[in-house]
Design a protein around this ligand. Structure first.
Ligand code: ZN
Length: 460
């Protein structure tokens, strides 16, 4: 087969684990074979060189929190649309969440159905989380053996009936089993009792929605989770931290030896309650986007290394379920689907705000590529421009500016809270295992499994 893609990628801004520098990156058999001085690696034919000039070269992002929703709710998203959006947004690996698809990924049979639906239809590498729900403790070990990356549980209702949340006894059982088999437990931490006691005022006012999901729902749930982790010895990861009030709890638990990490998401870092227009349910997610002071505290924690990852929690639905007024909906925050679509926009959204706050591209890469790769146990192959890793690479122009047009995105539905926003940074090209991704051609993403070698999984 003739080589139809470059074997040397050259940039004045190659973002390496140790920082940014001009370099040539040699790709061979889908892996990074060598990193050399800028302009020093020869090529036989000019088409084997991609000279990016001042456009930066980043390792592909790893997004461990994506709801693809296929099979079963493919009208919400789907493998083809989600992974095209991922590639266009500089994300070369995604790990799909176990719920919103039907069936949810809570048995080996359901996992096989998902794999079948995804096979040959993914533009990026794709793995799967399993789900731990009441009554499926016996399914966890077989799923773990099949290569899921860990197990998600909800401490409060998930929003879909087929994925029930765990009560205290179920949580203990699930964590005990995961400690035994060495799996990573990933947790949606909001407390149903705190949510039930909060003021419920349906309608289009964002302020009312925010009051219905207070910080206390997150802190109460995280406290319960930490206690269960302490008792069972399970390795736990708190998904989508929205409230900065949970950070001291995590810090203290870590100091006491609890194996816990946490992530946050682009929307909590770049949007704020003060700017959410009433009735604009594109902004609805759970836990909710909180105020500016909270957002500043999340940035401080990110700068201090308290978050293992920044991942999208891409969770789209159809415009009618979002109840958007522009589609004839009521704009009622209480009744609208809770989930934000941002898979294609996470990198520019975070970069825009990170740069404003004095962070470098290398920081963004640590949060959105190296961190999630490590969380998923993929550090041997993903998450860095380093010799031996997969040549999953992104040409990213950090100086480009663009206004987000929801209809121009590859997401299945043109609904995103970033619509109309001015963002910095544009993805110019994406390579997956050395080969340029062309979203108009045949996909060649692979279905990946959790690496068997436990050395690949680092503890926090
Ligand atoms: Zn989610």
């Amino acid at each position: 087969m003739p080589v139809s893609w470059p074997v040397v990628i050259r940039s004045r801004r190659v973002v390496l684990p140790e920082g940014e520098r001009p370099a040539d990156v040699l790709v061979r058999d889908g892996r990074i074979a060598r990193i050399a001085g800028h302009g020093t690696l020869p090529v036989d034919r000019p088409e084997q060189l991609a000279d990016l000039g001042a456009t930066a070269l980043l390792p592909g992002l790893v997004d461990t929190h994506v709801h693809v929703n296929e099979p079963g709710r493919t009208e919400w998203e789907g493998f083809a649309t989600a992974t095209r959006a991922a590639a266009a947004g500089g994300v070369t690996t995604i790990v799909d969440m176990p719920l919103n698809s039907i069936p949810p990924t809570v048995t080996v049979e359901a996992l096989q159905l998902k794999r079948k639906a995804a096979e040959g239809r993914s533009w990026v590498d794709l793995g799967f989380w399993g789900g731990a729900i009441p009554g499926n403790a016996a399914d966890l070990e077989p799923l773990h053996r099949e290569g899921v990356f860990g197990f998600k549980s909800f401490l409060a209702p998930s929003g879909v009936d087929e994925f029930p949340h765990v009560e205290a006894a179920d949580l203990r059982a699930a964590l005990a089993e995961q400690a035994r088999i060495g799996a990573l437990a990933i947790i949606h931490a909001e407390d149903p009792a705190v949510l039930a006691a909060a003021p419920q005022q349906p309608g289009a006012r964002y302020r009312d929605f925010l009051a219905s999901r207070p910080d206390g729902a997150e802190t109460a749930a995280v406290s319960r989770l930490l206690e269960a982790a302490r008792r069972t010895g399970a390795r736990v990861h708190v998904l989508h931290v929205s409230s900065a009030a949970v950070l001291p709890l995590l810090r203290r638990a870590r100091e006491e030896g609890v194996r816990v990490s946490a992530e946050t998401c682009p929307h909590y870092l770049t949007l704020a309650a003060e700017q959410v227009p009433d009735g604009d349910t594109a902004f609805k997610c759970c836990p909710p986007i909180r105020d500016e002071a909270n957002r500043d505290a999340l940035w401080q924690a990110l700068a201090d290394g308290e978050f293992a990852a920044v991942v999208s929690d891409h969770s789209p639905s159809t415009p009618d379920l979002k109840l958007l007024p522009e589609y004839g909906g009521s704009g009622d925050f209480a009744a609208a689907w809770g989930g934000i679509a941002s898979l294609q926009l996470g990198l520019p959204a975070v970069w825009t705000e990170a740069r404003r706050r004095g962070h470098a591209l290398a920081d963004v890469v640590r949060w959105m590529s190296a961190g999630p790769a490590e969380l998923a146990g993929l550090s041997a192959s993903k998450g860095a421009i380093a010799v031996g890793r997969d040549a999953d690479l992104v040409a990213f122009d950090p100086e480009a500016e663009f206004a987000v047009q929801a209809h121009a995105l590859h997401h299945r539905n043109p609904v995103t809270p970033y619509a109309g926003r001015q963002l910095s940074g544009a993805v110019r090209a994406t390579w997956l295992r050395g080969r340029a991704v062309d979203t108009g051609a045949e996909p060649f993403g692979r279905l990946i499994v959790r690496p068997a070698n436990p050395r690949d999984r680092q503890d926090f």
